[in-house]
Design a protein around this ligand. Sequence first.
Ligand SMILES: [Zn+2]
Length: 420
Amino acid sequence: MPTPNIEFAGALLDALREASRDEPGVTRDAYGAGEETAHAIVREAAERLGLSITRDPAGNLFMTLPGKNPDRPAWIVGSHLDSVPHGGNFDGAAGVVAGLAAISTAIKAGREPSRPVTVLAIRAEESTWFPASYIGSRAAFGKLDAEALDLPRADTGRTLRQHMLDLKLNPESVRRGEASIRPETVKGYVEIHIEQGPTLELEDIPIGLVTGISGSFRYRTGRCLGAYGHSGAVPRRHRQDAVMALADLAMKLDRFWEENEQPETPLTITFGQVATDPSQHAFSKVPGEVNFCLDVRSTSTSLVEKTHEAMLVFAKDIEERRGVRFEWGPRSGSTPAPMDADLVQRLEDIASTKLALRTLRMPSGAGHDAAVFAANGVPSAMIFVRNQNGSHNPDEAMRLADLETAIALLTELLVAEDDN
Ligand SMILES: [Zn+2]
């Protein structure tokens, strides 16, 4: 069994951290300087490995080892290189680095894969920058809706189209839906990613195998409208308190969550932003308006829809009882994406037989590009690496030894003799 080239991975991760340091943490802004620098660093490493390199119209970077039979359907392994502002170094980058490290490992061991292996650095996975999910991977399949190009980036206010043009990319080709990945030319997609949650750490297992990725419904611009009033003078029965009404909705949804979640179909419900209007709110005023966003996720399509229906029923009841009105704004979201059962089984078999490694099957509550590959008919799998302190924060951590285990597992899959 080849020894994973963890020195290669460690050095590349260090270089990425150095180049995108933005204390606290790192910032790799999608279609901005941070992501662009990360792409340049990864590209240079791929050139040193002798890989052939292309960039598609959306800026996704394809780094390919042709293998013994370059015409056979390829493995694609990779992840994204953007990060949230002041995020951690491993969310996304670990998967791209692990892909290159697996190829480096195979080359060093003289174990040429039987088919092409493409390491893919995907653009703009984090929806903090542009209010859309999976921009880079959807564009790669020619499936990014044209309107997405008009979305403004949260910090610059400039559109995705303008940001693409800044980098000499081709938004017009993206708009026409020209695909750079044809599903029939892909054997499978494998994404290594940090877990971002506490499960593997608590279970003391270094590697998780993802069974499916959650779908969601989201409201980014929800409002609850009531009436402002004097905090002391208006009796309860005459109040139209928007904050109490939203709190009522939140508690009803929390109860629904507790009662409807199952171990095999987890649910999450999050009011990530809740705010009264600073130009109108005051210490002694009944709040007449509250703005909120809502993010609901599950690996079960029916549970996502059931939660949505329940939410509307709860809201209607609250509107009648409390004299308020909910305005939801546009609904967005994604459908749940099951991973490929055969590919997951194969990874589990390799882990147990060749690496004597116990793995844990688990759903992914967070969204990943693998969902887009699965939705486009590519057999897909994700290898989760145990990590500490979650992600999307500067304290995000990961032991290199755990990444090394994931690289070993990936390498074994790529160089398998019986890879038909
Ligand atoms: Zn990620």
